[in-house]
Design a binder for this molecule. Structure first.
Ligand code: FES
Length: 69
């Protein structure tokens, strides 16, 4: 799925970069150029980043449960 059509950036590209340390939408913009043309993908970029954050939070919670249990 394309997140940024202007730059041809896919959801998987953003996920890969976010896991390597691109934490915010500004990082993703700088690294990929996404959001720097028409700007209509801004919300899609933020949604993908939120999704990644919530997935990693879920992982952290289950890690804590493993330690406690
Ligand atoms: S769709 Fe991303 S800048 Fe146009």
């Amino acid at each position: 799925m394309f997140v940024c059509i202007c730059k041809g950036i896919r959801k998987s590209d953003i996920e890969t970069l976010a896991r390597k340390g691109g934490q915010g939408s500004e990082d993703i913009k700088k690294l990929t150029g996404a959001g720097t043309e028409c700007g209509t993908c801004e919300l899609r970029i933020q949604r993908v980043l939120k999704e990644i954050q919530s997935n990693s939070t879920s992982t952290n919670i289950s890690d804590k449960e493993d330690v406690a249990g």
